[in-house]
Design a protein around this ligand. Sequence first.
Ligand SMILES: NC(=O)C1=CN([C@@H]2O[C@H](COP(=O)(O)OP(=O)(O)OC[C@H]3O[C@@H](n4cnc5c(N)ncnc54)[C@H](O)[C@@H]3O)[C@@H](O)[C@H]2O)C=CC1
Ligand SMILES: O=C1[C@@H](O)[C@H](O)[C@@H](O)[C@H](O)[C@H]1O
Length: 340
Amino acid sequence: MTGRGTLGVAVIGAGRMGADHVRRIHEVTSGARVAAVVDVDAERAKAVAARADGAPVHTDPVAAMAPSDVDAVLIASPGPAHEATLLAAFERGLPVLCEKPLTPDAAAALRVLEAERKLGRRRVQVGFMRRYDAEYVKLKALLNTGQLGRPLMLHNRHRNVASPPGWTSSMLISDSVAHETDVARWLLGHEITAVTVLRPTPSANAPDDLQDPQFVVFETDGGAVVDVEIFVNCGFGYQVQAEIVCERGTARLGDGHALVTNMAGRWGGTIAQDYTERFADAYDREIQAWVDATRHDEVTGPSVWDGYAAAAVCEAGVRALEEGGRVEVELLERPAMYGN
Ligand SMILES: NC(=O)C1=CN([C@@H]2O[C@H](COP(=O)(O)OP(=O)(O)OC[C@H]3O[C@@H](n4cnc5c(N)ncnc54)[C@H](O)[C@@H]3O)[C@@H](O)[C@H]2O)C=CC1
Ligand SMILES: O=C1[C@@H](O)[C@H](O)[C@@H](O)[C@H](O)[C@H]1O
């Protein structure tokens, strides 16, 4: 590591998430600095870099990895661009935080997995930030105590205010439900074996041809059933909620985050309007954990295996959406370097 002993991070992709991570690394994270900002749109990269003491700007991710003060890479470009950037970082021996999805499809995820296996050690943390959210962390800790007994069912609700332009029905699964695939696997410690997608009559507020909402059902190899309501044009707020039902009890998260106020004969609170608000603390902890581990030459958190498993489940989910019926998930055996 160079420059005052801090981790020099090249942030690739200066859109919504990349700009937020640049701000985070510059203003919130300790032990790290923004060493480069990269975007195919040079003006966007310049504008974002200007908010981080004018960090160097590039339009080519590979060129951005060359300078000696770049110690690590944070990928926040769109999913289809992740594979090439990951492989380039591997070639340069650089550790990576890669926003979800690791890749949009399982075949690409497998290529990344094979490349990491050849390195013989983990280099990537995948950006499944819910594992760093205080409520999810508490739920996981409670499940680990065994007090609730064996998990039987996990109900999830995932609502966005409005879908971005160009959003397709399959993206509700591959972009949004991708989070629940990870949450379910992580909380339950099971692999997802099959996916079924039910299609309610679309909301009148969904853009034409968008199947929104969807009701997704996972079966797991531990015998649990998981459901996910995904509704990306709910209009009223950004909500992520979950309830786990176990043999001796249940636990629920996501019911309320804001202040509860009493005023003018009413009580209540506000609902977050997007993920940068709802999961602000989780992103802060995620990036800090990555920086801390990387400075100790370690890799922790969600792995390339987790990214591959999520891609395989989402692929099965998209098939279930498009073809109907129950689709089984095809998953390789987990390599030893990714644990049990
Ligand atoms: N963890 C989470 O909660 C969230 C994660 N994401 C993920 O973050 C990533 C970025 O998403 P957004 O910021 O919403 O997208 P965005 O569209 O706002 O920004 C992407 C940026 O990457 C740039 N770009 C495109 N191809 C590139 C390439 N090859 N090299 C460098 N830059 C390139 C674009 O010009 C754009 O500025 C995606 O993988 C997305 O799934 C997005 C939202 C929330
Ligand atoms: O990752 C995310 C977005 O890409 C996705 O589009 C949203 O639905 C999720 O809520 C958000 O966390």
